[in-house]
Ligand binder design. Structure first.
Ligand code: ADP
Length: 216
C-alpha cells in the first residue's frame, strides 16, 4: 500500500483535487471531514455528539475519534491500493499515530503534498463553496458551477452551504490551522517528505502535477 497526505488550509482545494485524482489514477480518497460528518449524521453516541459540537465551532475533534475513523479505512485497504489522506493528520500527535499505525503494517507515508494558497483566496473560496448534501461533492458558485443551479451533477442531490463555512467559523478554522497544522509542516519537512505545490491556479493543473507524482 502507498500512502500520500494532502495538507492545506480550509479552502485550499484538498477535496476537489482529491476527487480529480480518484478519476485520473484510481487513488482511494480518505477525507477525515467527510468521515466525521457521516459519523455525526449516523450516530447518537456521546463521541459523535462531542464531534458535532467541535465541528460546529470550527475546532478540532478529539484526535482518537478522527484517528479511529481513518485507521478503520486503512485496515480495509488492499495491499496494492494508493491511499490519499485528506484532512488527516492535522497535528503532530495525529502524524505520530499514523506513523505508528502504518509502521505496524510495514508501510509509511510516501509524500506529503502541501497546497499553498494565499489567505484572501481561501476566504473567497469558502464563502462561495457549496457541497452536495447527499454525496459530499464540492462546487463553487462562480468557478465550479453545477450544470443545473443548486443540483449535484453526480447524484442529483441538493447543494448546500456547509454549516462551518460562515465567516466567523471560517476565521476560527483558519486560526486552528495556523496553530496546529503549521507545526505539522515543519515536522514533515524535517522528515524530507514535504512537497510544496502552489495551488492558486486551476485545480485541474494542480491535479495534473500530482497525478505525475503518484504515477512515478
Ligand atoms: P476543512 O479542511 O475545510 O476545514 P474538513 O472537511 O477537512 O474541512 O474538516 C471539517 C471539520 O472536521 C474540521 O473543522 C474539524 O472540526 C473536523 N476534522 C476534520 N479532520 C480532522 C482531524 N484530522 N482531526 C480533528 N478534527 C478534524
Amino acid at each position: 500500500m502507498r500512502v500520500f497526505v494532502l495538507l492545506g488550509a480550509p479552502g485550499a482545494g484538498k477535496g476537489t483535487i482529491a476527487a480529480m485524482l480518484v478519476e485520473k489514477c484510481g487513488v482511494r480518497h480518505i477525507s477525515s471531514g467527510d468521515l466525521l460528518r457521516a459519523a455525526v449524521r449516523d450516530g447518537g453516541t456521546p463521541a459523535a455528539q462531542a464531534a458535532a459540537e467541535a465541528m460546529r465551532r470550527g475546532a478540532l475533534v478529539a484526535d482518537d475519534v478522527a484517528g479511529e475513523l481513518v485507521a478503520e479505512r486503512l485496515r480495509r485497504a488492499a495491499p496494492d491500493d494508493i491511499m490519499l489522506l485528506d484532512g488527516y493528520p492535522r497535528n503532530v500527535a495525529q502524524a505520530k499515530t499514523l506513523e505508528h499505525d502504518l509502521g505496524a503494517i510495514g508501510t509509511g507515508v510516501e509524500a506529503v503534498i502541501w497546497l499553498e494558497v494565499p489567505e484572501a483566496v481561501l476566504m473567497e473560496r469558502l464563502a462561495e463553496r457549496r457541497v452536495c448534501g447527499k454525496c459530499a461533492a464540492v462546487y463553487h458558485s462562480i468557478n465550479l458551477k453545477p450544470r443545473i443551479s443548486g443540483v449535484c451533477d453526480r447524484c442529483g442531490g441538493t447543494l448546500v452551504r456547509r454549516e462551518d463555512d460562515t465567516p466567523e467559523r471560517v476565521a476560527n478554522r483558519l486560526e486552528v490551522f495556523h496553530r496546529e497544522t503549521e507545526a505539522l509542516l515543519v515536522w514533515y519537512e524535517q522528515r524530507k517528505l514535504l512537497r510544496r505545490i502552489k495551488a492558486a491556479p486551476a485545480a485541474s493543473e494542480v491535479a495534473e502535477s500530482l497525478a505525475k507524482m503518484v504515477k512515478a
